[in-house]
Design a binder for this molecule. Sequence first.
Ligand SMILES: [Zn+2]
Length: 402
Amino acid sequence: MTEKLYEQDSLARECKAVVTSCVFDGEKYNIVLDRTVLFPEGGGQLSDTGRIEGGGKIVHVLHGTEKAGTISYCCDALLAPGTEVTVYVDWQRRLDYMQQHCGEHILSYSFWKLFGVHNIGFHMSERMVTIDLDQEITQEQAVQAENFANEEIWQNKAIHVLYAPSSEAAKLAMRKKNEKIKGMVRIVAIDNGDVCTCCGTHPPYTGMIGIIKIMKMIRHRGGMRIEFLCGRWALETIRQEVQYIEEASNMLSTKEKLVCEGIRSLQEKVRMLHEDVRQQTDVIQRQEIDEIWKKGVNDGQGNVIFTVMKDPYTPKSAKMLLQKLVAVEHAVAVIVYCQENRIYYMVGSGAEVNLDCRTYLKLANTLFNGKGGGSPVLCQGSASVFSQWKQQAEKLFECIRK
Ligand SMILES: [Zn+2]
């Protein structure tokens, strides 16, 4: 059994200890101490990291796990059993984890207290924490819970760790209890606030959590998944996001609060420009279509084949041109064009055509070494550009006209 000093004092950053065993597993050294300040992974809280100094060495603790009361630390070097050591916790990381973990208690409590919603899932990874609620909630409810949770922090309430026999604990009014635990149960109770069973580390006062910020909420399995951050992680993420908004406001030459308005205005300008281009393309295509029609070739099956090559051209313009060409009966149009280092080809047919457009598409796929597909009346494909693509397009047109 390892004496868990972090259970009595979550602020202890170091302790004296003795190495009781050290086993090399082929990759890392697994060190067991008689006592420790390093919390192993458990109860949804991630493992501490830290270092062990002794016997003239500094050994880094990468991860800890607990089995039947004994904690084993995965370390990068050997320490002989019997060595007297000092154990140091990586404090910044511990504080980050305590803030997120204890913040999770308080936010879950807020949803439960205000709306009777239960937390049925919890996940913590680097820079993101989520809880899953068993019911859907509104944006307004989330804001209320967030406000309530932050009030719990600003009141700087004391957080107590209590132990009770499982039979007694079962009778207590708790938000969450683990009924599988037999023997002594560890209970974490916030003054006039959340009470639940938990094995993790918590600060002595809620004020140390600093802030709780909900970052996102999505519907999830009939309930809600809430992404949130606490303390330093919240501060750093918000700082980063404020910077993004500032950059955007500089780019738009507008105030931060007018960024969305600025983007909407840009979107409208882009839409108008697109419409302008579409109308001009329409005018140009109407002028050139007579020339294309003159060059139409009868394939001997009653179909008239039109071939067009464009460099550069856009998919929208190509589609507009194709629609114009196949607006007449018996027309089959083949358009090859280049855009941003890619060749695109389109085959379409009008009414009364007795030809499957995919026949020509397959031919184009082969000649351009490209990929594509579609229906018998409209299909398209694309390929990487190559120096001889225009000659290859002419070859395609020749094969089709024959
Ligand atoms: Zn806890």
